[in-house]
Design a binder for this molecule. Structure first.
Ligand SMILES: Nc1ncnc2c1ncn2[C@@H]1O[C@H](COP(=O)(O)OP(=O)(O)OP(=O)(O)O)[C@@H](O)[C@H]1O
Ligand SMILES: [Mg+2]
Length: 250
């Protein structure tokens, strides 16, 4: 379980301060598929980075299974990230000097998985996301959508307990985006992986169990899928987006 308590995040100093997160509190149970929506600059990436321990907090606390983040030592945190977390960054963060296949397999090798088992696992996942023929190419030789699918395969190859995905479908056509959402939904169901996903796409968000809306760094509202159909949830998300008011949601 993750408890976010009164989290604040400021950037800058000396009269030039941006309050990126303003007193955010919520709880997420293990295995939840949570989506974060809001206008550009509303704090979505910052929130994801704070929860995923990539960024520090200015105030407040985040508890992992009751353990305050502030009490976890940096070395432990690094090991925790490596073993339990999967990241899909807004800008992919692939290593340009490695092929797509090497990018995907890197985290397996770092985590000392039997090297003999790696190629088959990489090939299978690459097949699922539709980039198997591209495994020997470098990131600069493939399209943005293909890089994004590679980044997704890399994030989930370790079967992480927690997946953080920042606009994982931003560069994808709607067919590929839905396929990715289906894989994400299946990971959530079968592996009970918790997912924190930022998206601007209401259809993608409708795969989640709950949507949090951020506005100006504050938690503006939230909606829960519950027993609703995906279609009804989708329409509720669209209403939520329009309630955020006259800004472009992204
Ligand atoms: N490293 C930084 N230094 C200073 N200000 C920052 C930094 N990162 C983010 N900000 C500011 O914090 C606020 C929230 O940024 P954040 O990146 O979390 O927004 P976002 O909701 O992810 O936007 P987008 O949809 O455009 O990705 C913005 O006003 C942004 O300019
Ligand atoms: Mg962002």
């Amino acid at each position: 379980m993750i408890e976010v308590r009164n989290v604040e995040k400021y950037y800058g100093a000396n009269g030039n301060v941006t309050k990126a997160l303003d007193n955010i509190s919520f709880t997420s149970a293990d295995g939840e598929f949570l989506c974060i929506m809001g206008a550009s600059g509303s704090g979505k990436t910052t929130l994801l980075n704070c929860i995923s321990t990539l960024d520090s907090l200015s105030a407040g606390e985040i508890l992992f299974d009751g353990v305050p983040r502030s009490t976890i030592k940096e070395a432990e945190m690094a090991a925790f990230r490596r073993r339990n977390l999967g990241f899909v960054f807004q800008n992919y963060n692939l290593l340009d000097s490695l092929t797509l296949g090497e990018n995907i397999s890197l985290s397996l090798l770092v985590n000392a998985v039997d090297p003999a088992a790696v190629p088959a696992r990489v090939a299978q996942l690459a097949h699922e996301v539709g980039i198997e023929p591209l495994l020997d190419k470098f990131p600069s030789q493939v399209s943005g959508g293909e890089r994004q699918r590679c980044a997704f395969a890399r994030a989930i190859i370790n079967t992480p307990k927690l997946i953080f995905a920042d606009e994982p479908t931003g560069a994808l056509d709607s067919g590929s985006a839905m396929k990715l959402m289906q894989i994400m939904g299946a990971l959530n169901q079968t592996m009970h992986a918790s997912i924190f996903m930022v998206t601007h796409d209401a259809l993608c968000a409708s795969y989640a169990e709950r949507v949090l809306f951020l506005k100006d760094g504050k938690l503006f509202s939230e909606i829960v899928k519950g027993e609703k159909s995906k279609r009804d949830f989708y329409h509720e998300i669209l209403d939520g987006v329009s309630l955020l008011g006259g800004q472009t949601v992204c």
